[in-house]
Write a protein of this length. Structure first.
Length: 281
């Protein structure tokens, strides 16, 4: 798919398991397990899926997945798995090397979105994309350095502080027009200053939902993660953004859905439903 000057590729960087109840909040399991069957530990399957935007001058990656070099206990808890999908081989498959990435847009700094921004050499974290400018919201970075007791388990300083130390982390304050085709839109329900990515031209829009709508099933307004710090704010954000996606026929890109990479939505009798879905773009 091409929007504006960018050709858009789907990159899958790994698989993980998260608690189904945490992923669906107050929604009862008999409802959510229809779309997200759980294992014996009540964990559901998620992917880490990314967009790679390529133009004549830029190669832009959105988020970096969970990355590697976690301890064995951590990997078992979250079922981190690279047997089917891995960032660097996925990039190589379309002829892109890590040092060719010019920009990395970071939606936020939870481990499953930022972990792959570094690799480890002799136990030391170094940038995985050394020639890329990494873009994040300042309030999210500040929060990541001093998170609350409720969400500190999602943040690991060694995955993003090295980017700042290397001088390749650029911080923003609020919504920002990245270029003529890309806008960064800030939402605050999931975590302070998560930035979503809207790529658009006169004919098409692709909207990278990140953790506002992590799974395709989360297009339903009440489906809000227990992980969200401000769930009522998430609800307001979804009620503001998703009807616009219907009216303007946006393609929504889902970072974590195990099967559906993107889709268009419409109004149904009981709320929003899918018009079309795509396993890749």
């Amino acid at each position: 798919m091409k929007i504006g000057k960018y050709t858009i590729h789907t990159i899958e960087s790994g698989d993980l398991l998260l608690d189904g109840g945490a992923m669906y909040g107050v929604v009862p399991k008999p409802i959510w397990e229809k779309s997200s069957p759980a294992d014996e530990k009540n964990r559901i399957h998620l992917k880490t899926r990314h967009m790679l935007l390529i133009s004549d001058a830029k190669k832009i990656l959105i988020d970096t997945g969970s990355g590697k070099n976690w301890n064995e206990k951590f990997e078992k808890i979250y079922g981190i798995d690279f047997s089917q999908h891995d960032m660097f081989p996925a990039l190589a498959k379309i002829g892109v090397k890590p040092d060719e990435i010019t920009d990395v847009i970071l939606t936020h700094l939870h481990f499953d979105h930022i972990g792959g921004a570094v690799v480890f050499e002799n136990g030391k974290p170094i940038p995985a994309f050394p020639n890329a400018v990494h873009h994040v919201q300042q309030k999210q970075y500040d929060w990541a350095l001093n998170p609350s007791d409720r969400d500190k388990a999602s943040y690991f300083n060694e995955r993003y502080v090295p980017l700042s130390n290397e001088g390749i982390l650029k911080q923003y304050n609020g919504d920002f027009q990245f270029d003529e085709d890309i806008n960064l839109i800030v939402v605050n329900g999931h975590t302070p200053s998560q930035q979503l990515v809207k790529i658009s031209d006169a004919a098409n829009t692709m909207f990278y939902c990140a953790d506002l709508v992590p799974l395709a099933s989360h297009i339903s307004f009440p489906f809000i993660m227990g992980y969200d710090l401000n769930p009522l704010e998430t609800l307001r954000e979804k009620q503001n953004i998703l009807p616009q996606a219907v009216d303007e026929n946006w393609h929504l890109f889902f970072e974590h859905d195990p099967k559906i990479a993107a889709g268009t939505i419409k109004h149904g009798e009981r709320g929003l439903i899918f018009d079309k879905t795509f396993e890749t773009i």
